[in-house]
Structures are given as structure tokens and as C-alpha cells.
Design a protein around this ligand. Structure first.
Ligand code: HEM
Length: 520
């Protein structure tokens, strides 16, 4: 104690402002420890929800979260709250939904109550006051943003209109793999598939990828780390009252926002100028890139330029890692199970007319095993395993508990996809399970809740069709054009499947595979 008094005395002499700040932080932390974040009746209601043991002061249950929080939460849920469980992540009480029946209650029965998003200082900076569609709280603005995204950017005719771009990009990738095959070299599939999806999104957003894709990819990566990373203010929000803490915690987000501003402002200006010049040309909306569409609807939807920028960032953030990781995990699973890869190759080759150079989108409808492989990949490796946090707008009774208003709710899609009551051999990659039960597992409108890689309800992923088109055409071509081997010396069981958690999941190790031309 004497030491503490001594240090404080020294600080008072040398830097009285630092001392004041330190004291304030300590007082705030003490307050958080006493109140646990929520107060009064809400705190009482929350206390009725089952928690895991060993909640610590200040950090709550954070110490129980391993590198992969969705795995840690699934383990804790099995023991302490199979349907619903309360964890304290710092001072933020969070209700974790881990069973299909609880997911149905939250995402279907009471969807209107749980359709909001919590506020986060970092999301606020990056997404222009959370005015994108992923992170915007539920309300009039969200409904407009969501309508614009679903009706004008990610609708079926837009996805169809992007077919030539998809086929061109796939052809480019096949060319690169062909060269590696000729040289007998391994291909870095992680890099190749990431660049492929990023280029496609660049083209959808701004009409071109050349000269832009590298920068977009860099910014998307920085965003992803910040959006899914540990943001101290989300867990100890009271600290946000201190300007210095706020500044430090948001500094990186502000820097990346500035870079997005420069890039997107330039692109929007170029598009506006072009629109003024081509005033008479009435381009079909399906043919327009996203910036053109957003500019043409800006007044109708009452959007500012910042709103447009937030929605554009969403497209990169939500669309890139999710789709490319699905492809990469599918290839990693298939290379570990050669008999399943053979089965898929056989189906793809059977459905492509003889002599055709590539799989075309017309060949895909009968490829049921391809779709089963993709579903099984999404079941075992949902790219957004905890979805995006939901937030309750009102108090709501769910399976005997009351979740108060303004509570953060996360749905563990990873745990649900491996729920023992619903899946046999739940940790095994067995695409055939979707052939047997195929009819009941419709991604667009699931009628059961044991498979939710795209979520469900008002916040369900609007990019499902776009993602399916991208993943199906690429995976089928990878199967059609090449045989695949592991680099010399590696065995199937050596493929490292370790995951890394951000806002979406990625693979820790790069996937290196050796292609061999299919005719050889
Ligand atoms: C395999 C690919 C994909 C998967 C597995 C996936 C999954 C998800 C999930 C789980 C959510 C959160 C749902 C919730 O919080 O309840 C989500 C939201 C979203 N996704 Fe996707 N996604 C994929 C691809 C895409 C693509 C390609 C786009 C667009 C280019 C996109 C755009 C969005 C948007 C805008 C949201 C926010 C929806 C809202 O909050 O209203 N996603 N996605």
C-alpha cells in the first residue's frame, strides 16, 4: 500500500493530468465491478439466465474465451446453458444462443425484437455512424438500407447480370492454375481464391478491378481485424467516457476510415462525372455497377454520400472473406478425403457437355453433390460462426427466461451446425447427409433451425445468391479442369485445419495444392 501511495505521490508532482486520468479509470473500473454493467430489474432478470462459473471482476468470463470463442462458447453451453446462457464479456452481458430451438425463438418467433445491432465505437467510426446495412441498428434507416441492398444490389437479376464477369474471372484463375500445372508447381489456393473473390466484388462495386483490387483488399483486411477484433470499449463501455481512452481505442479505425474516404470519394466523383456526361444514356440497372446504382437512388432513399460509402464498405467486408473461405475450406476438406473429391469430379464431368472448355452456369442445376459439398463445408466451417451480434429492442420471454431490452445476443451458428441432437457424426465431413435430407435443408428459407450459415429473419444474409453463384462456379471448375494433389511429403492427415477467429473465420495455414491437368 505504501508503494502505491509513493507512486501516486510521484505522479502528482510529475504529471498531475496522468494521475487524474489513472484515478478516473480506477474509479470507473470499481463502479463496473460493482454494477456488472446493467442495473436494477434488468440485472435481476439476466441473473436468472444460466451462467458459466468463475466470473472474474472487470473481465467477467473473458478469460474463458480461447482463441476460437465460438468453440469455447459451444463447450460452455453444453455444460451450463444448452439453449441460452449468459456470459459477461467484460461489462457487457451477452446472451448466447446455442440450440436450434432457441435460435428459432430468437430469429423467427421474436425476430422483430432481436433484429437490432449493439452500438460499438469502432464500428461507428468505420461504418460512418453504423449507417451500413450490417451494423445499423434496427429502425427506419436500417429498413431503407436493407431494401436498397436486397432489391437493387444483390437481387437475382443483378447476380445473373454478373455472370460474364464471374466466368471471365474464373477463366483467369484457370489460366494461372494451368501454368502451375504445366510447371508441376504448387498453387497457393488461399491467395488465389482470395484474389478471385476480391476482384469480383471490385468489379461489382466499381465496374473494374484493375488498379483497385490490391488497395481494396488491404483496406478490407484492416477493417476485418478491427470489426471482429477485441475492442476494449465494447467490453468496458464506461471507459469511453474518457476522451484519452476513446482516442487511443479508435485511432486505428480513424486512420483506415480516412483511407476508405479517399478511395471511395474518388470513385464516387468519377462515377458522378461520367453520369453527368452520359446523361442521355439509359443503362439498365442490372448492368450498372453498385456505385452507379447507389448514386441513381440516392435521392429516392434519402442517402448522404457517407451512407453510400458505408454500404459500399459492407459489400467488401461481408462479401469477400465469407465466400473465399468457403471455397478454401471446401478444397481443404476434399483433399483430405480423396474418394469424396473423386465423387464430386465424376458428377461435374458427367454434367458438362463433351469437349466444353469450362463448366458454365447452365451446367450447374443438376449438380446436387456439388451443392451438398458446399452445404457440408458451411455446416462445419460457417464463415461467420457467431453471426453478427443481435440486440434486443424490448424485453422478451424465451424458453422460460426473460431477456431484457438492450441486451446483446449472439447466435452460435457453429455450435448449431454441430448440435448432437440434430447431426450424426457431427464433426465428420459427410456431404451425403445433405443428399439424404436435402429437401429439408433449404438455405434460402430454412424450415428447421439446425443449419444457419446465412442466419435467418430480418438480418439474414442478403448475399446468399451472390455467394452461391461465386462458390458454385469456381468449385465446379476447379473439379472439372484439374486433379489435385498435396505437395510432396504431405499426407491427407497432415492438412492443418486450424482456424483463426475475426469477424469471419479463416484458416491459419495457407492451403498449398498441386494441380494436374484433368486429361493427364
Ligand atoms: C458464403 C458466403 C456468406 C456467408 C456464409 C454469409 C453469412 C452471413 C451471416 C451469418 C450474416 C449475419 C446474419 C445475422 O446476423 O443474423 C450475414 C450478414 C450479411 N451479409 Fe452475408 N454471408 C456470405 C456472403 C455474403 C455476400 C457475398 C454478401 C454481399 C456481397 C453478403 C452481405 C451481407 C450483408 C450486407 C449482411 C448484413 C445483413 C443485415 O444485417 O441485415 N454476404 N452474412
Amino acid at each position: 500500500m505504501a508503494d502505491v501511495v509513493h507512486v501516486l505521490g510521484e505522479m502528482l508532482i510529475q504529471d498531475p493530468r496522468a494521475l487524474m486520468t489513472t484515478m478516473l479509470v480506477v474509479l470507473l473500473l470499481i463502479r463496473i465491478m460493482i454494477t456488472g454493467g446493467k442495473q436494477g430489474d434488468d440485472a435481476k432478470l439476466l441473473r436468472l439466465l444460466p451462467p458459466p462459473p468463475s466470473k472474474l471482476p472487470i473481465i467477467g468470463h473473458l478469460h474463458l474465451m480461447g482463441d476460437l470463442p465460438y468453440v469455447s462458447l459451444a463447450g460452455l453451453a453444453t455444460k451450463y446453458g444448452p439453449d441460452l446462457m449468459l456470459v459477461h464479456l467484460g461489462a457487457a452481458p451477452t446472451v448466447v444462443v446455442s440450440s436450434p430451438r432457441a435460435a428459432e425463438a430468437v430469429l423467427r418467433t421474436h425476430d422483430h425484437i432481436f433484429a437490432s445491432r449493439p452500438r460499438s465505437r469502432v464500428w461507428d467510426v468505420i461504418m460512418y455512424g453504423q449507417t451500413d446495412s450490417c451494423f445499423s441498428p434496427y429502425g427506419d434507416y436500417f429498413r431503407r438500407a436493407r431494401k436498397l441492398v436486397t432489391v437493387h444490389l444483390l437481387n437475382a437479376s443483378k447476380v445473373r447480370a454478373q455472370r460474364p464477369a464471374r466466368e471471365e474471372e474464373v477463366r483467369g484463375v484457370m489460366g494461372k492454375i494451368g501454368k502451375a500445372a504445366a510447371a508441376g508447381e504448387a498453387v497457393d489456393m488461399s491467395e488465389l481464391l482470395h484474389a478471385f473473390v476480391n476482384d469480383l466484388i471490385c468489379r461489382a462495386v466499381s465496374g473494374k478491378a484493375e488498379g483497385l483490387s490490391k488497395l481494396f483488399r488491404e483496406l478490407t483486411d484492416v477493417n476485418a481485424a478491427l470489426l471482429g477484433g477485441f475492442n476494449i470499449l465494447d467490453f468496458l463501455p464506461s471507459l469511453g467516457r474518457l476522451e484519452l481512452v476513446r482516442k487511443v481505442a479508435c485511432a486505428k479505425a480513424l486512420r483506415v476510415r480516412k483511407r476508405w474516404d479517399q478511395l471511395l470519394d474518388k470513385l464516387i466523383d468519377d462515377h458522378s462525372r461520367r453520369e453527368d456526361e452520359d446523361e442521355d444514356e439509359d443503362e439498365d440497372e442490372a448492368e450498372q455497377d453498385f456505385i452507379d446504382v447507389l448514386l441513381s437512388l440516392q435521392d429516392e432513399y434519402g442517402f448522404t454520400r457517407d451512407h453510400i460509402k458505408a454500404i459500399l464498405i459492407d459489400m467488401f467486408e461481408a462479401g469477400t472473406d465469407t465466400s473465399y473461405m468457403t471455397l478454401e475450406f471446401a478444397m481443404a476438406e476434399l483433399i483430405r478425403k480423396p474418394h469424396l473429391m473423386n465423387k464430386l469430379q465424376e458428377e461435374v464431368r458427367r454434367n458438362v457437355p463433351k469437349g466444353q472448355e469450362m463448366v458454365s452456369e447452365d451446367d450447374l442445376p443438376n449438380m446436387t453433390y456439388l451443392k451438398a459439398v458446399i452445404k457440408e463445408t458451411l455446416r462445419l466451417h460457417p464463415p461467420v460462426p457467431l453471426m453478427i451480434p443481435h440486440f434486443s429492442l424490448d424485453a422478451c420471454a424465451v424458453h422460460g427466461y426473460t431477456i431484457p431490452a438492450n441486451t446483446r445476443v449472439v447466435v452460435n451458428a457453429w455450435a448449431i451446425g454441430r448440435h448432437t441432437g440434430n447431426w450424426e457424426d457431427q464433426n465428420e465431413f459427410q456431404p451425403d447427409r445433405f443428399i439424404k435430407t436435402g429437401a429439408s435443408v433449404d438455405l434460402k428459407a430454412p424450415n428447421e433451425f439446425h443449419f444457419l450459415p446465412f442466419g435467418f429473419g430480418r438480418r439474414m444474409c442478403p448475399g446468399l445468391q451472390s455467394a452461391s453463384a461465386t462458390v458454385e462456379i469456381m468449385l465446379s471448375n476447379l473439379m472439372y479442369r484439374f486433379h489435385w494433389k498435396l505437395p510432396p511429403g504431405l499426407k491427407e492427415e497432415d492438412v492443418d485445419m486450424t482456424e483463426v477467429f475475426g469477424i469471419s473465420v479463416s484458416r491459419k495455414e495457407k492451403l498449398l495444392l498441386v494441380p494436374v491437368k484433368a486429361s493427364e
